[in-house]
Design a protein around this ligand. Structure first.
Ligand SMILES: *Cc1c(COP(=O)(O)O)cnc(C)c1O
Length: 244
């Protein structure tokens, strides 16, 4: 694992790659985002590169599996108070993972109930903060009780569609003007700005979107999935540079 400690008095410490071990955390540890000065992004990416290099034998060579990289940043201050932490830890762990969903289905069944709200204006829904996910579990269990796989998150009195589970969503439809359209909710503070969302926008922006959708093999979602996995596996057209 990669660990980088931070303290208010000394700032960021030197990054360390060490054998995986348990973290001892104080119960009051809190996630923070812009509370302290961010670690340099390109240096962090280089640290992750070195970590992956050490663990490269764990990288699955398959289209349906990948090496999951989880960076986490949390307060480690030894105090119960709810305040800005004076000590924090940025760490990264890795794990080979299979497909996120158990079965390769043609789609996911979604459960939508407006009594639940994933994120709200002025909240933290546009950050990957731990607190956002605990409360979403109630809705997820209810979805499963109703035989659905994921929650479709609605927002506001008019039940705007925002995200599904922990995924951004796209609607591919013929709009009111009879045009084929691919739409996704805007990043207005309640949407997590996912890299998959951004990749799909950049990819399809180059296509003009006239895609025959009669048969399953030519579905837009299959074409996007294929192009993204091609990029991830280095089978890319020469004009394409990976988004990371
Ligand atoms: C992680 C996450 C996403 C997807 O982000 P990616 O960068 O595409 O993996 C979308 N919505 C929520 C709420 C998430 O937590």
């Amino acid at each position: 694992m990669l660990t980088i400690e931070w303290s208010a008095s000394e700032g960021w410490q030197a990054p360390l790659i060490k054998p995986f071990g348990n973290l001892s955390l104080h119960p009051a540890c809190s996630s923070l985002h812009y509370a302290i000065q961010a670690f340099d992004q390109s240096e962090f990416l280089e640290c992750i590169r070195r970590l992956v290099k050490i663990d490269q034998d764990w990288v699955p060579h398959s289209d349906s599996a990948s090496l999951y990289i989880r960076p986490t940043f949390l307060g480690t201050e030894q105090s119960l108070g709810v305040k800005k932490a004076a000590n924090a830890l940025l760490y990264v762990i890795l794990c080979p993972v299979g497909s996120y969903f158990n079965s390769q289905t043609d789609g996911l069944s979604l459960w939508a109930d407006p009594k639940y709200t994933r994120a709200w204006k002025g909240g933290t829904g546009n950050y990957k903060m731990g607190g956002n996910y605990g409360c979403s579990l109630f809705a997820q269990y209810e979805a499963e009780d109703h035989g659905c796989q994921q929650v479709l998150w609605l927002y506001g009195e008019d039940h705007q569609i925002t995200e599904a589970g922990t995924m951004n969503i796209f609607l591919h439809w013929i709009n009111e003007d009879g045009e084929e359209e691919l739409a996704t909710p805007p990043l207005d503070g309640i949407i997590l700005p996912g890299v998959t969302r951004q990749s799909i926008l950049e990819l399809t922006g180059k296509w003009n979107l006239h895609i025959p959708c009669q048969d399953k093999d030519s579905q837009l979602s299959s074409r996007i999935a294929k192009e993204l996995t091609d990029i991830q596996h280095g089978r890319t057209p020469s004009d394409w540079t990976f988004l990371v």
